[in-house]
Each structure stands twice: as C-alpha cells, then as structure tokens.
Design a protein around this ligand. Sequence first.
Ligand code: SF4
Ligand code: SF4
Length: 431
Amino acid sequence: SLCITRDRNKCILCGDCVRMCWEVQNVGAIDFAYRGSKMSISTIFAQPIAESDCIGCGQCSAVCPTGAIVVKSDRDRVWRELNDQNSKVIAQIAPAVRVAVNREFGLAEKENAMGRIVAALRRMGFDSIFDTSTGADLTVLEEAAELEKRLDQGENLPLFTSCCPAWINYCEKNYPELLSHISTCRSPMQMFGSVIKEQFKTSGKKIVHVAVMPCTAKKFEAARDEFKIDGVPMVDYVITTQELIRMIKEAGIVFGDLEPEAVDMPFGSMTGAGVIFGVTGGVTEAVIRRIAMDKTPGTLSSIAFSGVRGMDGIKEATVPYGNGERELKIAIVSGLKNADDLLQRITAGKHYDFVEVMACPGGCISGAGQPFTTLKGKENRGKGLYSADKLCSVKRSEENSLMMSLYKGLLKGRIHELLHVDYQGRKVEEK
Ligand code: SF4
Ligand code: SF4
C-alpha cells in the first residue's frame, strides 16, 4: 500500500498485528491464513493490502516486534529533490513530531525539539520550513465556523472532525451514511499544503512540498485525487518522524549540538491552539477556545479541566455555548474500536454536538510513524505538547495575526476551493 510494506521472511507469527487490527482498531484487514508450516498473516483472499479493508493507520507496524511490517519510506525521493538545483523544497512539521525525536538522540524526551528539527532540516537543504500548527489554526477557524452554522441550522449533528485520514477511510468504508456529518475542513496538513503551493507558485522553481508527520495514513491522504490540482498534489511527499530521524542520521548531523532555530516567514506565526492538535482532545480544546464567548484567561483553564484532556479512549465533556443558554455535548475518541463503540451509541439515539475522532490511541503522539515508546512515553509526549502550548504567547487561533492577512489576501474568494473538501468518492493512485 502507500502506507506500509512487509517482509514475510521476518514474520514470527506472534499475532500482535492481527490483535491490533481487530481488537484495538476494529478493522480486521489481516488475519492468520493457512495451517502448519504454511501459516502466514494475510488479507482476506490474499488481496493486495490497498484493496482490503485497511485504513492505513499503520498500527500493525507499530506493534510488530521484528520489522516484518514497516512504514513505506519516501526518504530516497526526498533526498533526490533536495539535491535537485531546480527544486524549491518546502517542509511543514506536524505538532506531534517535536515531542518524539529527542529520545532517539539521547536527549530529554518531553522537551520540545521543534527548534532543533528546523535547524536540522535547514542543514539538510530544505529551502523553507514551516509549522503545521499554522495550518491547524486555519482548521480551527473553519471548523468552529462550520460547527456554529450547523448548531444554528440544527443539521448534520454531531459534527465529526476530519483531521485524521485513517478515520475518514474507516468512515468511508464502514459508515458511508455518516459522511455528511464529517467536517468539510481539510486536515491541517492539506489546508497548509494548498496555501503553501499557492504562495510559492510564482517562485520560478519546481515547488516540492514535504510534510513531516507522525502518521502513515497521511501518505495515503496526500495521494488522494481531492488534494490534487491538474494531477499535481498539494503535498508531494509525506515522511514520518522515523524517516526524519533516519535522514538526520544519514546527513551526519549531531542533533544534540544544534542550536534551535525559528521557522520561516511568511508563515512564521502559530498559536498554542494549533500545537495541541497532536494529542487526543487537542482539536476539541482548540475549537472550544475559538467558540467560547468569554475570552478571559480563566476560560482557558476551565476548558482544559472540562474533561477534554487525558489519555482515556472515550471522553465526554459538556461546555456552555453562546451566552450560556445552551450546552454543547462533546465526545472525544481515539482508537477506532472506541470510535465504533461510540458510533453504535450515536446510531442508537445518543446525542452529541461535536465528536473528535483520532484513529491512533492517544492521538497523533501515538501515530505509527513515531518511534516506539511505552504508554508512559506517550503520556509524556502529550505533556510536552501542553507545555509547548503554555509557552505560546497566543493561545487562540483567531488571535493569530497571520490568519487575518491570509483571509484578506491569498484566501480571498477561495476559501472553499483551498480549505474544504467533499469526501464522497475515492480514487487513489499508487506512486
Ligand atoms: S506483528 Fe509482525 S511478526 Fe507478529 S505476526 Fe504480525 S507481521 Fe508477523
Ligand atoms: S491519529 Fe494522527 S497519526 Fe494516527 S492516523 Fe490519525 S492523523 Fe495519523
């Protein structure tokens, strides 16, 4: 598939991938096949994984102890582009990446490594480097507006988040009748992809846009027809955190010796709301910050303590809406078995206004593209993102001054074209 690849010779038939696929993700794309010495792990009727029920979350590769299932690598292609004088290579770095690289270089895990990652990418030859948190700020503004509109009209509630491409795949394959409930907002990576390609289209060079993500499903998302213009994708390559670490090592960079550096202009400003997208509950918290009428600092902590934080697979919260005359009922799920349990409750009549779904347990901090860590390690990554939020002087997406200039400039009259998507059909080509 576009996301994972496997080497049957390394498989020891432990079954961890099968249990993950069935019991945690409720997907059931792979299982044991045949008996005795012929036993292997296979899709149904040994069909190619891309044609199976696989949703690309990659969690099978995250639990495989032998490397029999691994994330497909795009490193060689990215190195080729970096060495091409005619290419302008632009990177965006997802929030969850900054709290997952340090341990691989013998540094404190919880510490925010964003500045050093930027410095490393510059030394590797990237021409411009941005933070996906900026794209997340756009997502917050668009998704909050969509939620308010649906609440006004009382239609298509609950609104499901749309940031996670594995969740979109799951919904398309298992609950197509719910697609109208999914937000039309593109994911932060794709929103930012459209903006970056638009901004640099007159640079005179071939624009190559590389997204550094914690995620395997993003490789699939970037290849979707919905995110191409005349066959050209808005995001050309997605490399995972693990691939980034390999590339830093391949370049001979001593990561710990790097002085942290800032991202580039003109997209150099982001908010704490965008940074917390990487942990379960983060999207919800950012959207509530946006729609809350009370903008005093006390509101930020009451939102944080409303039940949106923590690593539980299913969380519920109730927050005041408007002038307080109404309450919003919110659910936050991570792990697709949990999502499916919640969907059963919703189809049985339980009401929510807003539902955040992340396919990986704990959210993107646990993405299959991240280096392996324990549950404690994942919690530390989440804490690292909340600390990064605390250090941001601007905490609400609507207070990001860049947003206003984007809406008045590049996005004027083109918001739907560049920031939204209609998930109805699905055609994906292999690279
Ligand atoms: S987790 Fe890896 S080693 Fe275990 S059965 Fe699956 S592919 Fe084989
Ligand atoms: S939760 Fe995050 S890392 Fe996992 S599949 Fe979804 S977007 Fe990717």
